[in-house]
Design a protein around this ligand. Sequence first.
Ligand code: TYM
Length: 353
Amino acid sequence: MRVVSGIQPTGNLHLGNYLGAIRNWVRMQDEMDEANRAQAAAGGSADKQSSECLFFLADLHAISMPFDPKDLTSATLEMTAALVACGIDPSRSILFNQAQVPAHAELQWLLNGTARMGWLGRMTQWKDKAGKNREGQSVALFAYPVLQAADVLLYQATHVPVGEDQKQHLELARDIAQKFNNDFCSEDAPVFTLPDPYIPPEAARIMSLRDGKAKMSKSDPSDMSRINLSDDADTIMKKVKKAKTDPEPLPSEAAGLEGRAEALNLVSIFGALSGESVDAVLSRFGGQGFGAFKPALGELMVESLSPISERFRELKQDRESLDAILARGAAKARERGLPTLDATYKALGLVRG
Ligand code: TYM
């Protein structure tokens, strides 16, 4: 089992990132660790090469949209601190940034020969971000999903924990892998493993606090639309109290939330944090208005996030440790990626010294 996933180091880590992806990174890391230990205790060899988690800062992806180079370094280090604060343990998972592992960009180029323009043109993220100004966008924004495919295929990822919005990119990674294997490999020796997305049903898509039809996002100009990991308790309570809702009381069953996107979002967030189903949350709050529900939700958020934000505030001061974590992770990632990169060059008939 190989778990691989990434996050762009742009803006703050928010509740959508945490519930949709990072919390599962941590769970998978812990489960894998336990499985490896059980295997070792049973006398098997804990094969570190085949059972591992790799998590990375997608700093190469971050240059696909306008950005300031001065901010990118500090944003990468801050996001590293945020991931460690959430529970990613650099001694058990490989944590690194793409820019220190040139094989990502190299493999992307090799896969550019397999990816089709039509496939990329159908990506909803490309369509959303480019809008009406496709001609004015960077080539990197268009080719972004090929780099994402390289990110996971390089390590023979089997599981990729992500939020719903990344599903289409991972389907594309599978298509690229499949076409490459068909075009350049014999049937019994494919170069690439087809990765499976792992999307948590309870928090696949956390929505904006200002608009229940838009996803919670780092790029939303309104900070009131999201809960950031770095928000203090007062800010969280204020944002929850100001969250958009409707005047109706909460229903007592999930079916009653149909057509009430904002209410559904808040109840889903509550359930994702408390570990309850939407129905279980509604069995407690059904019949009550948001005046009662919002303070309970705000308190639950503060209780769940404050240990993380405290650790984050400490860790982000320690630039030396963060640099060392990324350097160690990158060294391991370079080693793990090498066999696949070599096999890809070889399959394409490219001569290297
Ligand atoms: P990014 O940086 O936008 O988001 C990181 C992770 O958070 C999830 N996510 C959400 N989940 C639920 N609700 C939300 N509102 C929400 N917003 C974000 C994302 O689905 C993602 O899992 N292209 C990727 C980074 C990337 C990557 C990869 C991911 C680069 N290479 C390879 C997986 C594998 C991105 O921009 O995620």
